[in-house]
Design a protein around this ligand. Structure first.
Ligand code: SF4
Length: 138
């Protein structure tokens, strides 16, 4: 068993979360959303545009791939009264708010919960499920 799984965390008793699609995490404070080659391909197919146009108009270089641009007000380039690419949104969007940065401490989680009204309601995530999800993040 991995060492991380032997530690205790503030979420040992699990957490509740259900996305209300309010868009709060897609707008406001600036952020970085990693987009892999495979995700770029899925998004360009969904939008029916060439990959080079997608990259030029909506992405910027980040790590070994790209991140999604934001408007001046911090809104994601793909957010227009809802996510324009919701069925093919990147993995990092799909697993929010279960990011390592949000789960590193109870303080960080409470700060996230203050922005995300879906935290504390809906589906129950047990500790193992949360750890499995967070392993897939940076
Ligand atoms: S802030 Fe929370 S509830 Fe609102 S869209 Fe993002 S994940 Fe869903």
């Amino acid at each position: 068993m991995a060492r991380e799984y032997e530690q205790s965390y503030f979420f040992d008793a699990g957490l509740y979360f259900e996305c209300l699609q309010c868009g709060a995490c897609c707008t406001g404070a600036p952020g970085t959303i990693y987009v892999s080659d495979r995700e770029i391909d899925a998004i360009r197919q969904f939008l029916a545009i060439p990959a080079d146009r997608l990259i030029q108009d909506h992405l910027y270089a980040f790590r070994d791939s790209y991140s999604i641009r934001e408007h001046a007000d911090g809104r994601c380039h793909f957010y227009e009264n809802g996510c324009r690419i919701y069925p093919v949104r990147p993995h990092q969007c799909r697993i929010y708010p279960f990011w390592f940065s949000n789960l590193r401490s109870l303080k960080a989680w409470k700060k996230t919960a203050a922005q995300c009204p879906g935290i504390g309601r809906g589906r129950f995530y047990d500790r193992e499920r949360i750890l499995d999800i967070v392993q897939t993040t940076f």
